[in-house]
Design a protein around this ligand. Sequence first.
Ligand code: GLC
Length: 499
Amino acid sequence: MVYQIYPRSFADADGDGVGDLKGIRRHLDHLTWLGVDAVWLSPFFRSPMADFGYDVADYCDVDPLFGTLVDFDSLLAEAHDRGLRVLIDWVPNHTSDQHPWFQESRSSRFSAKRDWYVWRDRPNNWKAAFDETQSAWTWDETTGQYYLHLFLPEQPDLNWANPEVVEAMHGVLRFWLDRGVDGFRVDVVHGLGKDPNFPDAPPQTADRAWSGQNDHESTHAILRDLRRLVDAYPGDRVLVGEVYLLSTRQVAAYYGHGDELHLAFNFPPLFAPWESAAWRENVDQVVKELDPRGAWPTWVLSNHDNSRHRTRYGSEARARAAAVLLLTLRGTPFVYAGEELGLEEAWVPPERQVDPGGRDGCRAPIPWDASSGHGWAGEDPWLPWPPEPDARNAAAQREDEDSVLQLYWRLLAARLESVALRLGSWTALPSPPGVLAYEREAEHDRRTVLVNYADDTVEVYVAGSWTIRVASDGHGEGRGYEGILGPSQALVLMPTVPG
Ligand code: GLC
């Protein structure tokens, strides 16, 4: 399981109201206790923070807000000592407009770095992310041309068709690999290769951001080079790509033939409603598109870009059932910090809203305990607390057997003891409407998973004799399965050992 940390919101050690690397280090115990295998740190690099760190001004340094390179090295060493792997976020599609490369590029049409970014005399019809009324091209007064930015104007797109850009960015990867990181979550990886003719978006999708549509074949050669670079390092280093194309078929192509991404995010399930038919279709799609390539799936319910699944699905019972699903489907699950506490979206009053993409609600600070500062040193955090921080905090939930946190703990323990859950095959079982039922199997180890999407009790027959290993609501664990699934309940069953 990979655990995503959004550093601004995780834990604050220096009391300025913004999370930092030392804060993360203080809470590694939470992660090892929970059973996390790897952490992914969202960007902590030098940045003017127009997109809260996804606008990087120096890829090889830590922003003073988060600490120093020395703090990073200590965090990495301590994480490794505890057997935790560390993935960092690499943002190769665009830099900050304050990055020295862009400053030089925009200084003159004849600058040595002019061609490091995408400059044109005329814009095409591509729209920018966050505000689709805006063009993805911004006019630069000084040099009289437009530059491309799939996101904010403060995030100019790099030109990956330029070998100097490729070399410089490879240098960034080497810098962090040499320091010992275990891999990268690659931001907007499908954006890297662009059609050199910059054709207009087709009329049907012209009003949508181009960042969700760019899918050019030249990206695959770029990825093969990245893969070679990463694989040349000792140990199992990994590239996890954010392929923000809402088609599993398109996502699958980014695994290449085992020579591109090791893992790719597949977001259609994240956007699927809480309905068994929709989920079945999504899982079938993954099996159909990924299995023939030998590609290993990933599963995500929440992250720093989308409202928390506890809020989207409308009840804690459903969020718990979804956790069972997340941690028992075939593939690598990604857990977004705070979802293991069952956190809901925070309500952020208009005067405290800061994100240009309207994503503040899922970025609220993590409450660590029930004290007034909830374990955050000093000032008020940069965003308001999520609902009920007095009860929904890490310390209280660790003490409470019925908590969401304890459910995640039990699910991760169940994974650890079962090769079927970690690596096994996935087979759908017959089930009544509203229920998703499947079996996982490997090396004679078997688990059956039942997920009730409906808010009513339902009978689900499963052949054989089964014991409830984990129940999303904790009910009946350790007892025999009697063929009944409670409202919004999910169960992990293990074969009953005779005797
Ligand atoms: C990715 C990130 C998102 C960011 C965007 C631009 O989608 O997850 O947070 O705003 O890229 O870098």
